[in-house]
Design a protein around this ligand. Structure first.
Ligand SMILES: NC(=O)c1ccc[n+]([C@@H]2O[C@H](COP(=O)([O-])OP(=O)(O)OC[C@H]3O[C@@H](n4cnc5c(N)ncnc54)[C@H](OP(=O)(O)O)[C@@H]3O)[C@@H](O)[C@H]2O)c1
Length: 313
């Protein structure tokens, strides 16, 4: 098939584009051309790359037509963040497309009620990003079910892979936390360290997109969590990483207000965002309908990423 991927050179595209090429698809990747994929791959030689700024073209109302005029069978939309942007794409592609796969996020869920959270649970998003993504999801599912627009939504967790810093056991992105645990130094965690994070390896996200393409009839009109088989508590995550480095975990627990004063404002904001969500999502639906079988546990995914950081620092 002719597959247009919007935003194909990032975390997911690095793995998804080679998979699409290997499966025999003709791949067209749209980006601003500002960055390279995290890992080089010969598959990129056969990819048609188109330079365009989606934000600017959405503002001008021309982006949807640009995508439609590439005559895709399938569109994979990695970078849709507003309802207006989603509406423009649907308006341009209606009746012209076999399948549209939208990349969402588990942030469409707010605080958990019953865990693991399933796709069926009511959305209670907070924060502009999650609210917009939940609105896009609701819109695309409505278009699929009412008007037969062929949309599928895939909701990744915290995407991890070699080439960028993983979400760490303190719930932020400072890689020094891993170095601290490697040296056997004390690490302070907020509250009891029992709030959760839910990672996924970027290649497993790519796998889920491929499976959704291959299981079109079960995928259309549905949304799916795309995470590792199990979430981690911050405490368990810290203990496991320390053990991986051959160290005992020396953990200290501080009430949130006290803990936040021990880190930068940006780190505190990132941790708050993660522990306020404390995601713990089920993959049962993706396993059942898409035969999604993640290759990585959360810890395996993080360790691969940390190993890369240690050899490339
Ligand atoms: N990162 C996470 O942990 C995470 C977790 C859950 C969900 N998600 C979802 O994953 C999706 C992002 O996927 P990703 O993490 O693979 O992407 P990414 O690493 O952020 O890469 C973004 C891609 O889009 C291109 N791009 C960015 N802005 C653009 C613009 N204005 N016009 C055209 N191209 C543009 C980038 O290339 P250029 O810079 O060269 O344009 C790149 O190819 C989002 O929908 C996000 O909500 C991410």
């Amino acid at each position: 098939m002719r597959v247009v991927i919007i935003g194909g050179s990032g975390h997911v595209g690095t793995y998804l584009v080679p998979r699409l090429v290997a499966a025999g698809h003709a791949v067209i990747a749209i980006s601003r051309g500002r960055r390279e994929p995290y890992q080089p791959h010969a598959a990129w030689q056969s990819v048609q790359q188109i330079v365009a700024d989606r934000d600017a073209e959405d503002a001008a109302g021309t982006f949807g037509a640009r995508v439609r005029d590439l005559h895709p069978d399938v569109v994979i939309d990695m970078i849709c963040f507003t309802l207006d942007s989603a509406r423009q794409l649907v308006a341009a592609l209606r009746g012209q497309i076999q399948h549209v796969l939208h990349c969402g996020t588990i942030w469409v869920h707010g605080p958990s009620v019953q865990v693991p959270t399933t796709e069926e649970q009511p959305r209670r998003p907070f924060g502009e990003y999650g609210i917009q993504k939940a609105a896009i999801e609701m819109y695309l599912l409505d278009e699929a079910r009412r008007n037969s627009f062929p949309a599928t939504i895939l909701h990744p967790g915290h995407i991890v892979g070699p080439g960028w810093a993983p979400l760490n056991p303190a719930g932020h992105f400072n890689p020094q936390i891993f170095a601290q645990l490697a040296r056997g130094e004390e690490l302070a965690l907020p509250n009891l360290g029992l709030e959760t994070v839910h990672h996924v390896h970027a290649d497993d996200v790519a796998q889920a997109f491929m499976q959704a393409l291959a299981h079109r009839s079960g995928a259309i009109g549905e949304s799916f969590h795309v995470v590792s088989p199990a979430a981690l508590t911050l405490r368990g995550y810290a203990e496991s990483i320390a053990a991986w480095f051959g160290q005992p975990a020396r953990l200290r627990f501080l009430p949130w207000e006290e803990w936040r004063a021990t880190v930068s404002a940006a780190e505190a904001a990132a941790t708050w965002d993660h522990i306020a969500h404390s995601p713990n999502c089920s993959i049962a639906k993706a396993q059942r309908l898409l035969d999604y079988q993640p290759r990585y546990s959360s810890l395996q995914a993080v360790c691969e990423s940390v190993e890369w950081q240690m050899t490339h620092a």
